[in-house]
Design a protein around this ligand. Structure first.
Ligand SMILES: Cc1cc2nc3c(=O)[nH]c(=O)nc-3n(C[C@H](O)[C@H](O)[C@H](O)COP(=O)(O)OP(=O)(O)OC[C@H]3O[C@@H](n4cnc5c(N)ncnc54)[C@H](O)[C@@H]3O)c2cc1C
Length: 272
């Protein structure tokens, strides 16, 4: 059972459904809840709100609350907390979370967690930033792109977003408008790349039908981007563990290293 003093409550303010399996929702931000862009919250549902939460398949110990990690989509300046979720069929948490209604309450651990943050990089110095995500793994990067840290430190920012279908690339089209308020003094390059595996994408941005692993080895595509990940790049990977494992290997083969104790290129967050 969770220690109640560590928990706050957020009221559901809005829900946006992006098709059958994806949705975003905003919660009131608990007073004093501070986080760094890229971090995640532990959010929870209470048994009395959610019928069936005592079902022994997923809750054999009869816990009164069930929690999951959720990356924060909102910027650090927002008054609300936004999250981007998949609905996992039969998923213990998301099959219930997907039934949230405006006005419902969600538990929030008062401590933010995680190290997929730009402040972890001490060396190399910031030059190129590669943000690489599949599915809901885009969440921490959307938060980062709405902050000064990215746009004051990096000359070039590449966002690579992978999904099965083009419509699943939620937030992709909004990124410029979300980031634009921070571009006043910035004269660098922002490059978006869509990797859509189950259909041929048709987009104005750079897009490919290849998996992210393949596109990082494709010279034509890298030519369109204009440069490659290198030993001076910061590369962040988030989402599907298989994508992360494969891309990590590709990058290591190209001479990049894991970021440890602040030094190195690659930082990752596996969602399962
Ligand atoms: C640090 C961290 C941050 C996370 N942030 C998010 C987030 O911002 N949004 C989000 O939707 N999930 C996020 N997750 C995953 C989330 O914590 C849950 O696993 C997810 O909500 C499913 O919960 P569940 O109980 O329904 O299913 P679970 O029993 O937890 O998972 C069942 C299976 O569903 C699949 N799965 C789980 N999460 C995802 C996903 N996000 N996309 C596709 N398939 C998935 C996996 O195959 C997993 O084995 C994060 C996980 C971690 C560790």
């Amino acid at each position: 059972m969770s220690d109640e003093s560590k928990l706050a409550t957020g009221e559901v303010l809005s829900i946006t459904r992006w098709g059958d399996q994806l949705f975003s929702f905003t919660l009131t931000r608990p007073a004093g809840y501070k986080f760094e862009a890229g971090q995640f919250a532990r959010i929870g549902l209470k048994s009395d709100q959610i019928p069936g939460i005592y079902h022994e398949d997923f809750n054999p110990e009869g816990q009164e609350q069930i929690f999951r990690a959720y990356s924060i989509v909102s910027s650090i300046y927002d008054e609300t907390l936004e999250f981007f979720s998949v609905t996992v069929p039969e998923g213990s948490f998301t099959s219930r979370l997907s039934h949230l209604k405006v006005g419902d309450e969600v538990l929030i651990d008062k401590t933010p967690f995680g190290f997929l943050t730009l402040s972890r990089y001490q060396q190399p110095e910031p030059q190129d930033l590669w943000l690489i995500a599949t599915g809901t793994g885009a969440a921490p990067f959307i938060s980062m792109l709405q902050g000064f840290e990215v746009w004051s430190h990096y000359r070039r920012v590449v966002f690579i977003y992978g999904a099965r279908y083009q419509d699943d690339l939620v937030y992709f089209d909004q990124l410029e408008s979300l980031a634009e308020p921070f571009w006043d003094q910035w004269d660098g390059e922002f490059i978006k790349v869509a990797s859509v595996t189950r259909e041929i994408p048709a987009m104005d941005d750079i897009c490919t039908n290849q998996r992210i692993t393949e596109l990082l080895g494709d010279d034509d595509l890298l030519d369109q981007i204009g440069f490659k990940p290198s030993s001076t790049s910061h590369v962040m990977l988030c989402g599907n563990p298989q994508m992360i494992k494969d891309v990590k290997q590709v990058l290591k083969d190209q001479g990049l290293s894991m970021n440890r104790r602040g030094v190195g290129n690659i930082a990752v967050e596996n969602y399962w």
